[in-house]
Each structure stands twice: as structure tokens, then as C-alpha cells.
Design a binder for this molecule. Sequence first.
Ligand code: UD1
Ligand code: CA
Length: 457
Amino acid sequence: MTIQSIILAAGQGTRMCSDIPKVLHRIGGKTMLRHVYDLACQQGQGRGLINIVYGHGGERILEASRAFEADWTLQKEQRGTGHAVLQAVDWIMDDSAVLILYGDVPLLEAKTVTKLLALTEASPLALLTVKLAQPYGYGRIVRDLRGEVICIVEEKDADDIQKGITEVNTGIMAVRGVNLKSWLGRITDNNAQGEFYLTDIIGLAVQDGVTVATMEPADAAEVMGINNREQLAHLERSFQLKIAGKLMRNGVTLRDPSRFDVRGEISVGRDVEIDVNVILEGRVSIGNNVKIGANVIISDSELGDDVVVQAHSIIESSQIGAGCRVGPYARLRPETVLDEKVHIGNFVEIKKTSVAQGSKINHLSYVGDAVVGANVNIGAGTITCNYDGANKHQTVIEDGAFIGSDTQLVAPVTVGKNATIGAGSTITRDAPQNALTISRVKQVSLDGWKRPEKKRN
Ligand code: UD1
Ligand code: CA
């Protein structure tokens, strides 16, 4: 059976107290809507298979979701979940299984959805329900004495006995297209909230002699919706703990899984140790035996085997070869490429620079727009003056060069193979290979020189 997914995302989300539409708030760096869209894509992608019902924050939602391959249906006025699905009624195919998803329920798992959809082979209507100790606010699943579902009653329409029911409607359901269309045509807004409830199709199905299929998710967090920022934070942590758990099961040591955040797609090797408060963003790949210290942020980067990143370092769009040592307090900016066994030490900033094997930049330096050869030693406080106020220029430092401390390399400039630069030099012209190049005023000592004294008045 073809699967068509409808994502309900028109609600305002008043309790977020936000100018951003609710479904554009993020979990693990990805908008909630994107999570749900990605889940729908796993059931089948392309025109006619995913429909997003939107309303509040329409322009912003469309803008943020340009890359989606989906049909969009505007629900101008939000008159209930049934009204929302009705807006897309002509899009629904008779012979499909229609999966109803909520844009603000971001952590639903594909395996749960697959099971739910499988239930539509036996019954035209399958519901995902969950038992909650605090069912307040949810639609309650009303069953008869044999345990078959009779209907769903919303909180505001429920009597005291119904309010005591702990099995609730998650909102997620799978319905055969032809049946959904017929039941949608029969729902009314005759209820406490004056809304068209999608949940009314359950009662209608039962009237038609249908036995409603139900199932529960493996984990209640999967079906939790987000209405406020506390719930957002709560689900963020459930999401992160899930990723952390998977990593630990695959041989990664996390010093504290509750202080570890992933906001993107990562791959991590074996015997990697990650200390607290590490954030991985975008696409990050980490080799085997890597050690990452506390408070490190890595985005869109590749780390080879045996790399050590010490505390408080920030690495962005960089490639780090096997056996490199970075930090503490290092900043690698985009287009940094470190070959094997390079050392980058504290308070060093590197940008758009390649550093060949075995070179060391250990203290307090800025190296930008540079090509650094192998086995180069760059002393403390070295600066590449790469910017003349209008353009960026390149610095080339060839293999085996030694740059003395507190050197300024005014680009464009080349330091030749095995050249030595004396400490405190300002290098404005190329330094030849094998020679010592030095540019500082001669040291003088003045006999009898007196320090100025404080004036008395
Ligand atoms: C709904 C269910 C309730 C269930 C609960 C689970 C109905 C009538 N009730 O409650 O049984 O326990 O979800 O959270 O279905 N939406 C629209 N357009 C609308 C109204 C809602 O797109 O006109 C979207 C919202 O953006 C949201 C979802 O539908 O993603 C659910 O809406 P919400 O108002 O939270 O659901 P309730 O009616 O409270
Ligand atoms: Ca809700």
C-alpha cells in the first residue's frame, strides 16, 4: 500500500512565548518540523506522499523548509485537528494508508511508525496510544468491556469517569485513505471547544463496524509533544541521551552522558574518550582512540585516529590528521588542514592554513592564509600579518624552518627550507633557505641612565 503522510503544523504554540513558529524550534540542532519530515521521508518521499498542513508563521515555515520535497496545505483558520486534515482531503488517495503526524512531536521513531502502519493491513484504522500517570489534557481512549476501542473523548468533553482513564491518544494514527475521506466528511464541531476533532473519526469507524487497532510506543518520550520551553529542554535531553547511549554501546566513553550534545550527523570510532560539556555540530567524524577534553566544540570537521583535543578548544570546518595534539584553548577556524602529528598549543588561532607533518605551533600565535611545511617550529607569539586592510595575502613557511618567538610575517612572504628567523623579527621580504634572518635594532645599553621619578608638589 502507498503511504501518504500528513504532518499537522498549523497550530500557534502560544505557550512557547515566541515570535518563531513552534515547529521551527530546534531539538538536536534540527527544527521539530525537520525531525517529523525526515521520519515521513522514511515511509516514502516525493510529490504526493508528504503533505504539511501549515498556518501560523506560514511564511517563515515555508522559508525554513524550502528543501523539503512535500506538498503544502494552508489552514487559514485553526479550527481543530479534523479541520486541518480536511484541508488536504482531496490530496488523499483512496488506496493509500495515511499516516497522521504532529509537527510538534519530534522524537517519534521510524520503527514505531512501521509497526503502526502494518496494523492497517488488518484494520482500516490504527491508533498509537500511551498510558500516562498524568493523563490531564489528553484525549482519553474509551474501551468497552471486551477492551475494544469505542471512541476518544477530549479532556474538555470528558465526564469524571472518563477523566480517570489513563490510556490517552497520542494523536498519531494510520488510516486507510478511502475510509479517512468518508469519516472526515461526517465529523462536526458539536463539542465543548467548537472544533472539528480528528478524534471523532474513531467513533464513526466503530459505528461502521470497524475494530480499531491500537499499539503503544516502546518509549513514552517518542510521543511527547512540545508546548513550552520546559518541554523543549526536556525532550532535547531525551534526544541527547539516546544518541549518547548509542555511542556508548559502540565503544565510546562519555564521562557524563548528560553533559554531551550532538547537533548534527556524527560518526565516532572505538575507544574514544569524551569529557564533559563537549558539543559536536554539523557533520563531524572522529577516528579511533581519540581523546576530547572538557568544553570542546567541534563543528563540521574530521579528526583522524589518536588525535588529542584538550579542554576549551574550538574546531570549525577543519581536518585534523592522525596523532595531532590540539589545545588546550586552541581555535581552529575554517579550512585548517593539519597533517599527521601536528601540535597546536594554547591560545593559538589557525585559519585557512595547511600544516604538514610533525610541525609545532605551541603558544599564543595567529597563523592565517598560510602553507606550513613539515617539521616546522613556530615560536610563541608569531603572527602572520595576512591582511593589508583590503586583501588577504599568503605566507609560505617551508619544511624545517624555525620561526623565533614574537615574529611578524608580513604577507605575502616566504620563509625558505630550514631557514631560521631570529626572535622579535618583522619579516617583510622572503627569508632564504638555510640562513638566519633577523630584523631588529641592535641592543644597546646606556650607562648612567636614570628612571624618571615621581613629581612632588
Ligand atoms: C490532540 C488530540 C488529543 C490528543 C492530543 C495529543 C484532537 C481533537 N485531540 O489534542 O486527543 O491527546 O492531540 O497531543 O485531535 N493543529 C493544526 N490545526 C488545528 C489544530 C491543531 O494543524 O486547527 C496541529 C497542531 O499544530 C499540533 C497538532 O495539530 O501539531 C495537535 O494540536 P493540539 O492543539 O496540540 O491538540 P489537541 O487538540 O490539544
Ligand atoms: Ca497539544
